[in-house]
Design a protein around this ligand. Structure first.
Ligand code: KG4
Ligand code: ZN
Length: 338
């Protein structure tokens, strides 16, 4: 089965062709980073306008690279939420039109389910596992017992981990998106140079909180002055990053222990972070637990993960009606898309 996956939930326009749910024939990602960089964050109106310009060429390229035409598709999967409503509608409208004119089924997919199961595009894995989605919009911990069988164990009570990276980068004058820049600077820094809070690390619950660390960095900049901070940028970046990744590792491991599960699967943009990957690899805490990371291209927002989920629903004969609406908020687990 050849499925076209379309993703436009935020500031990446992506289209992919995936064969039988696991074989990536193409996965084209057009990032709008340049559009939003000067504003220090995603501007929703600009994001949807840019999607309108780019999504058709991106889909064409995905088909070309896969060596197929629209006629050969068996179905279309498209992100229907959660995300920016104007951005979502661009992808959703295109998916509906293509499905209608090609007389093929299409299905609206929850973006979080895409991240949570993106690992299957690269590895064969058995259930259960602890799935951690760490992105610009979410920091969620799930017990994954099968496809479609997700139990939410914990989530952030305020900012998402990626949001903390982006906001701290902005505070430090590093531009948008901040995660990659902080990751790079931190490589030459001392991660013990400064002490930033590890919020809720000892808390019994599996929830997170990342707004405190953002405030701590803001106060730090205020106290030391920007001149001083600029001189120690690598150390500040490394110390901030270390505080965030320690919390993420600690909570994921605790989730696995509490559920007697021996696998943790990371996903979402922050899962590309090199300190997070390295701490998971070397953490003494995680004895007997295997940790899986999709490659960076599958950690970020991409159409292949949406096609992967779509395949599993479409092959069971499930599909969405043309009346389906996009959803800015859409929890997982949840009711199926209406
Ligand atoms: O999954 P994603 O591409 O989009 C959302 O669904 O949000 O995640 C984007 C987030 C941004 O906050 C970005 O700064 C962060 O992931 N990110 C990183 C790294 N690469 C991307 N954060 C830390 N380290 C990285 N290497
Ligand atoms: Zn995402």
């Amino acid at each position: 089965m050849l499925i076209l996956g379309i993703e436009t939930s935020c500031d990446e326009a992506s289209a992919a062709v995936v064969e039988d749910g696991v074989k990536i024939r193409s996965n084209i990602i057009y990032s709008q980073d340049e559009v939003h960089a000067k504003y220090g964050g995603v501007v929703p109106e600009l994001a949807s306008r840019k999607h309108i310009e780019t999504i058709v060429p991106v889909v064409k390229e995905a088909l070309e690279q896969a060596g197929i035409t629209l006629k050969e598709l068996d179905g279309i999967a498209v992100t229907a939420g959660p995300g920016l409503i104007g951005s979502l509608l661009v992808g959703l409208s295109l998916a509906k039109s293509l499905a209608y004119f090609q007389h093929i089924p299409y299905i609206g997919i929850n973006h979080l389910e895409g991240h949570l199961t993106s690992i299957f595009l690269e590895e064969e894995l058995s259930f259960p596992y602890i799935g951690m989605v760490v992105s610009g919009g979410h920091t969620n911990l799930y017990l994954v017992q099968g496809f479609g069988d997700y139990l939410l164990l914990g989530k952030t009570r305020d900012d998402a981990a990626g949001e903390a990276f982006d906001k701290v980068a902005k505070l430090l004058g590093l531009g948008y998106p901040g995660g990659v820049v902080i990751d790079r600077l931190a490589k030459d820094g001392d991660n013990q140079a400064f002490s930033f809070p590890r919020s809720m690390i000892k808390d019994e619950s599996l929830d997170f909180s990342f707004s405190g660390i953002k405030t701590a960095v803001a106060n730090f900049v205020k106290e030391r002055g920007m001149e001083e901070v600029k001189k120690r940028l690598n150390d500040v970046a490394a110390s901030f990053q270390q505080a965030v990744v320690e919390v993420l590792v600690s909570k994921a491991v605790r989730a696995a222990r509490s559920r007697g599960v021996d696998k943790i699967v990371l996903s979402g943009g922050v899962a590309s972070n090199s300190a997070l990957r390295s701490l998971f690899k070397h953490s003494p805490e995680k004895e007997n637990i295997k940790v899986y990371f999709p490659s960076p291209l599958l950690c970020t927002d991409n159409g292949a993960m949406i096609a992967g989920v779509g395949y599993r629903y479409l092959k069971e004969g499930k599909s969405s009606p043309l009346s389906l609406n996009a959803r800015a908020r859409w929890d997982l687990p949840t009711d199926p898309a209406e």
